[in-house]
Design a protein. Structure first.
Length: 373
């Protein structure tokens, strides 16, 4: 029997397959050439180099330190050039265009509005500029035949004290382009429970949020995010693996927390390349995503920071195909998982799955039936 299922998808297949991205930072995905141009326009003189190629390499190498704290230092440069309305509109538009060209059909892009106030913008102006950029990017992408929908997640920085204000901001724009809330930044020493008032506010408002947890710090951070804060999803969550015991005979037992996360279908926003750079995993083949997928956790595949990780959704899937032998069915499984876990309304998620994602994979799977010439 000739079956597409046994065929490893090519890079071109992977790029054309519909993909869903839930965890991607706006300030971690700029085009190097755009950073150089914006820096010149706003007079930012601290870039390590003005050559776009060299700058792209610099970001990847600087982020490849094995430490989340050092990784996060590289964002000083991207945030520095994202302080004006024009810059934010442009960066957001290019983000949507780049993702659409990579075959992403739905994306939730996060950023921290509080990091874009240095030149005098208000929080509301930041949100409105980014939303405008996403709409422009969606429109431009559609004109080139790539349809994408982009929603914003507003991030509060976990070392700062503005989380309630940012949660209120997110809720204010919830029917105007913002689909949820997030907490990011250095994990060790900044437990999510410090931001309980923000999470409780969002719960009272029936709004959605995800929390970066279990990346640089282990199970206690995941436990707090889930059981104290009520996170709808976990950013990374890789350390849930510490609560899973694989015995020599291959049998597996889950601790209480891992069982809870799986039973409740709590989505894990996994970002393999980012995890290798910050030291949360040693290699693609050793990345917990392989075991978690086998155990049917609600795993999703994400880019985190395309600039710092030199990655894209296509590249993340290429690495996983190499490491675990995934085929188009696996890709569809990850993609449907992600769409089910999105923060847009249920009927829209279902329509994306049934009208866009499944038909897209079906068309790719059927290609072997037709001669190519
Ligand atoms: O992987 C991450 N973990 C924690 N914080 C992160 C990660 N990637 C980016 N950030 C931070 C740096 C950005 O400036 C901020 C908002 O996007 O979120
Ligand atoms: Zn992140």
């Amino acid at each position: 029997m000739h079956s597409q299922h046994a065929v490893s998808p090519s890079a071109e297949h992977i790029r054309r397959a519909p993909k869903v991205l839930l965890h991607d930072h706006l300030d971690g995905g700029l085009r190097p050439a755009t950073i150089v141009e914006l820096a010149a326009a706003v007079g930012y003189g601290n870039l390590p180099t003005d050559d776009p190629d060299a700058l792209g390499t610099w970001f990847r190498e600087a982020a490849d330190s094995g430490s989340l704290e050092r990784y996060l230092e590289t964002f000083t440069h991207t945030c520095a050039v994202m302080q004006t309305r024009e810059a934010l509109v442009r960066v957001a538009a290019e983000c949507a265009e780049d993702l659409a060209a990579d075959g992403v059909v739905y994306a939730e892009i996060r950023y921290a509005p509080e990091q874009h106030l240095d030149a005098g913008l208000t929080l509301d102006e930041v949100v409105e500029a980014v939303n405008e950029g996403f709409r422009i990017g969606e429109h431009n992408a559609a004109r080139t035949g790539h349809r994408i929908r982009v929603g914003a997640l507003l991030t509060a920085m976990r070392h700062a004290a503005r989380s309630l204000e940012i949660a209120e901001l997110a809720n204010r724009y919830r029917d105007a382009g913002v689909v949820g809330f997030d907490i990011a930044g250095a994990e060790a020493g900044h437990p999510p429970t410090r931001h309980l008032d923000a999470f409780e506010y969002l719960q009272r408002e029936n709004f959605h949020f995800t929390i970066h947890a279990g990346e640089a710090f282990g199970l206690p951070s995941i436990w707090e995010a889930v059981q104290w804060c009520g996170a709808d999803r976990l950013g990374h969550g890789v350390r849930i693996i510490d609560d899973i015991d694989v015995k020599d005979d291959g049998s597996v037992s889950l601790g209480r927390l891992a069982a809870y996360v799986r039973d409740k279908r709590i989505p894990l926003e996994m970002c393999p390349t980012s995890n290798l750079q910050t030291g949360a995993a040693d290699s693609y083949a050793d990345h917990p995503i392989g075991l978690l997928r086998k155990l049917y956790f609600r795993v999703t595949v994400n880019t985190d920071n395309r600039l710092m990780s030199g990655t894209s959704m296509t590249r993340e899937f290429e690495h996983l195909v190499d490491a675990f032998g995934y085929d188009l069915d696996d890709m569809q499984w990850f993609t449907v998982n992600a769409m089910k876990s999105a923060f847009i309304p249920f009927d829209e998620r279902l329509a994306m799955i049934n009208e866009v994602i499944k038909p897209g994979y079906a068309a790719l799977r059927a290609e072997w039936l037709f001669p190519r010439g």
